[in-house]
Design a protein around this ligand. Structure first.
Ligand code: SF4
Ligand code: SF4
Ligand code: SF4
Length: 287
C-alpha cells in the first residue's frame, strides 16, 4: 500500500532567513546586492478570475494550453502549475489563485533525500530532474499538496510552480505577475510584500479581511494572500501550524527503515542508467 499524505502527517504527529549571500538569481533586476526572499502577493479584492495567469504560466513552461471552460474548483496537476478557483462567499464571488507556496522552510526540500528539491537563496523552490529518483516523498510531505508527478510519462518529472525561476535569473518577473491585467499579482521582496499587504488592510478595513495568509502559515511562504473574506471561505487550509514542517519531516525520515532509503537510491541508479541508455539510443538514432 502506498504512503498517503494523510498517513504521512499522521506518522509525523502533526503538532506543531537570514539568507546566504549568493548571485544565484538576476541581482540586476532584483535590484539589491543583499539577497533575500522574493515572493508574490495575490490580492483577492482585485482578481477578476480572468485566468490569464493560467495561460501565461502554461506558455512560460511549455505546458498544454488551459481549456476555456472549467469547474469552479480545481487542483493543480502535472499539466498545470496554477489554477484560479471561484468561491461563492459571504461577499459574493471571490477568485483565488493556487500554486506551490514556496515555503520559507519547505517540507518538500527537507523530505528530498537527493536534494532534487531545492530552496534557492532568493526564495523559489526548484526541482532538478537530474537528481530526482522519483520517490515522491516531496509529494506526501507538502502541506499544500503541490508537487505533482507525471505518471503517464516515460521520463516523469515533478511539476509545480517554480516562481518562474529561469525568468528571474534573466531579470524578468514571473510570467503571471508580469502579465496580470488587473494588478492582482505583485512580485517583490517578501518583506516589502508583507508591508504592502498590511498597508492595504489598514487603509481599507471594510474591504479586506484582517489577515495576510502566508505570513506565518507553515513558517511563512513566498506566496502571500489578502482577500475580502476569511480564508476558510476560499478553500485555504487555515489549520496549519505556524512553525515550519521540515523538523517534523526529518523526524519522519529518521524513522524510515533503511530499506526504504536504500530502495530509492537503487531506483535513482536504475533511473540514471535508463536515462543514459535512452540518451545513447538517441545519439545512435541521430548518427
Ligand atoms: S508548498 Fe509544498 S511544494 Fe511548495 S515549497 Fe512548500 S512544501 Fe514545497
Ligand atoms: S520525487 Fe523524491 S527525489 Fe524527486 S524531488 Fe521529490 S523527494 Fe526529491
Ligand atoms: S510564478 Fe511562474 S510558475 Fe508560478 S504560477 Fe506564476 S507563471 Fe506559473
Amino acid at each position: 500500500m502506498g504512503l498517503t499524505r494523510r498517513g504521512f502527517f499522521k506518522t509525523l504527529g502533526v503538532a506543531g532567513a537570514t539568507l546566504a549571500i549568493g548571485s544565484e538569481a538576476g541581482a540586476g533586476r532584483l535590484g539589491s546586492t543583499t539577497i533575500e526572499y522574493y515572493g508574490i502577493l495575490h490580492d483577492g479584492t482585485r482578481c477578476k478570475g480572468c485566468r490569464g495567469c493560467e495561460f501565461d504560466c502554461a506558455e512560460a513552461h511549455g505546458l498544454p494550453e488551459p481549456v476555456k471552460k472549467v469547474p469552479d474548483i480545481r487542483k493543480t496537476d502535472e499539466t498545470r502549475n496554477t489554477v484560479i478557483n471561484t468561491y461563492k462567499t459571504s461577499r459574493g464571488e471571490v477568485f483565488i489563485k493556487r500554486q506551490c507556496m514556496h515555503c520559507n522552510e519547505p517540507a518538500c526540500v527537507a523530505a528530498c533525500l537527493t536534494k532534487a528539491m531545492h530552496k534557492t537563496v532568493v526564495g523559489p523552490v526548484t526541482w532538478d530532474g537530474d537528481k530526482c529518483m522519483g520517490c515522491r516523498y516531496c509529494m506526501v510531505s507538502c502541506p499544500w499538496d503541490m508537487p505533482k508527478f507525471e505518471y503517464h510519462s516515460a521520463n516523469p518529472r515533478i511539476q509545480k510552480c517554480d516562481m518562474c525561476y529561469s525568468r528571474l535569473k534573466t531579470g524578468e518577473q514571473p510570467a503571471c505577475a508580469f502579465n496580470c491585467p488587473n494588478d492582482a499579482l505583485l512580485y517583490g521582496k517578501r518583506r516589502d510584500l508583507i508591508r504592502e499587504a498590511h498597508r492595504r488592510i489598514f487603509e481599507k478595513p471594510g474591504l479586506y479581511h484582517d489577515h495576510v495568509y502566508g505570513e506565518h502559515e507553515a513558517g511563512g511562504t513566498g506566496w502571500l494572500y489578502v482577500a475580502p473574506v476569511p480564508f476558510e471561505q476560499l478553500g485555504m487550509n487555515t489549520t496549519l501550524q505556524q512553525a515550519s514542517y521540515p523538523a517534523l519531516t526529518k523526524g519522519f525520515l529518521y524513522s524510515v527503515p533503511t530499506i526504504f532509503v536504500l530502495v530509492p537510491a537503487l531506483l535513482l541508479g536504475i533511473q540514471q542508467a535508463t536515462k543514459n541508455d535512452a540518451n545513447n539510443g538517441e545519439e545512435e538514432e541521430d548518427e
